[in-house]
Design a protein around this ligand. Sequence first.
Ligand SMILES: NC(=O)c1ccc[n+]([C@@H]2O[C@H](COP(=O)([O-])OP(=O)(O)OC[C@H]3O[C@@H](n4cnc5c(N)ncnc54)[C@H](O)[C@@H]3O)[C@@H](O)[C@H]2O)c1
Length: 344
Amino acid sequence: MKKAAVIGLGDISGTHIAAITDNPNITLAAVCDIDEAKRDAAPQDVPFYTDYQEMILRERPDVVHICLPHYLHVPVSQTAVGMGVHVFCEKPMALNSREARQFVEFERENPDVHMGICLQNRYNNSVVMLKELIDSGRYGRVTGTRGLVPWSRPKEYYERKPWRGRWETAGGGCMINQSVHTLDLLYFLGGPITSVKASVSQLLDYDIEVEDTVTARLDYAGSARGLFMATNANYKNESVQIRVQLEKAEFLIVDSILYQVEPDGGRKMLIRDDGQKLTEDRQKPNAKFYYGPSHGKAIRDFYEAVETGSGNYIHVKDALMSIQLIDAIQESGRTGKTVQVPQI
Ligand SMILES: NC(=O)c1ccc[n+]([C@@H]2O[C@H](COP(=O)([O-])OP(=O)(O)OC[C@H]3O[C@@H](n4cnc5c(N)ncnc54)[C@H](O)[C@@H]3O)[C@@H](O)[C@H]2O)c1
């Protein structure tokens, strides 16, 4: 039995706490938030702390889950590792490429400590199957991708948690916060992306610093072309869509279902993600619809790795490309030029 502790008891923490308490191999040993009012976010018999270092010293958890604003991910991860615990950190892995590369170096220097990044959508049934179909080589190479994130965030989303609208604390807007998963999957499924050209803008008249809308062309190694579109300015939250064209077939993930697209435009359903309620839940800010269904799977694999020493989870280095892509898209948006993406 491994002991877990959760740092940060905001919106996403309930998903971690549920995955921990649902897993018979993990016990929730303690939780922490600087805000005393968050005490009720965890079961009452779980010790609550306002100082995460005191929590680690007293409770000696095996793993801490970092569910904090983006600017705290790297420093709190490094402090926790320094205190002898493994770290499962929410996305994004860092605020920007510079900090991300430093985190990768830190991971390399501490090979005995597990550091996992919560890019849980890689575990969705639809994504796992599509990755297998692509890697099988049966359909030839990838020739094109498209990722669409047509979401909506009310002004109140930023007013309630002002860190989300600021460069210093969030590292960006709709890309690093809402659509880092989709960018990660466009890379995970389509392969290395070497350059991008983008338009990055604010369509919403909110009092925030960061972008709410992005369109980007992605140039893959080889000749494949990708298109990425993300916004928080839609009138409602609609399903993320990921389309992958190969030489001999085309696939589409939408509404948490993987389809093969037939030559006449029809769709053949291949697999559905676990536990999706496709209608009534999607407007609720805490609904799993936003997050995808796979936190439990990502957390299960991470703890198995801690138990057995397997390397079977999403490492810090695996998440680096998503941040390098975001930085390149931001730079292209500022300069209006095609920007090279550093390769790993
Ligand atoms: N994987 C996903 O699909 C997914 C979905 C939503 C959010 N997230 C990520 O989860 C993280 C948290 O997001 P959120 O929306 O829950 O944020 P939030 O603002 O709702 O919660 C953050 C919490 O951290 C607490 N906190 C701040 N500083 C602290 C400190 N030093 N020690 C202890 N607690 C502290 C705050 O009081 C707050 O309760 C972000 O990185 C976000 O991008 C991931």
